[in-house]
Ligand binder design. Sequence first.
Ligand SMILES: Nc1nc2c(ncn2[C@@H]2O[C@H](COP(=O)(O)OP(=O)(O)OP(=O)(O)O)[C@@H](O)[C@H]2O)c(=O)[nH]1
Ligand SMILES: [Mg+2]
Length: 151
Amino acid sequence: MGFFLTKLMTVFGDREHKVIIVGLDNAGKTTILYQFLTKEAVHTSPTVGSNVEQITVRNTHFLVWDIGGQTSLRTSWYSYYCNTEDLQNAAILILANKQDVKGSMTAGEISRCLTLDAITTHNWHVQACCGLTGEGLTACLDWMRSQVVVN
Ligand SMILES: Nc1nc2c(ncn2[C@@H]2O[C@H](COP(=O)(O)OP(=O)(O)OP(=O)(O)O)[C@@H](O)[C@H]2O)c(=O)[nH]1
Ligand SMILES: [Mg+2]
């Protein structure tokens, strides 16, 4: 229940990495953005437009755009990644949020439902999480970092 995508792109050479969070309204995108930042569940309202915050994970900087998911806003999603080339090297993280809700799909179920195995051109990962408690979010940040840091 309530999954959304983040797409990672390098925007300023190796210095800052762009993250776009897209997904249906009420999925928990804004909750997770601020849980990343404050380690707390903040009160949210439906996002009109976007929120943008910088998040640093062990010296790796991400500029994170959280885009409103209401139906009327979806036609503007493209403007956050208007050039196809922007997405060429993007990695895809799918957050299976609201794992605390009874009946929510597991990460494995979401992966099968979206036939993610068919994606061979981009790195992708599904992470189960809970925006209210923060469970699973450290793993999200670690995976994001693993996609932009050369080990
Ligand atoms: N039970 C539960 N509720 C959550 C979770 N994450 C977020 N919520 C709640 O879901 C509601 C919507 O959260 P938002 O973060 O505003 O959702 P959004 O995806 O940003 O929505 P838009 O801005 O309209 O696109 C809020 O009431 C959150 O408290 C979760 O993991 N579990
Ligand atoms: Mg929001």
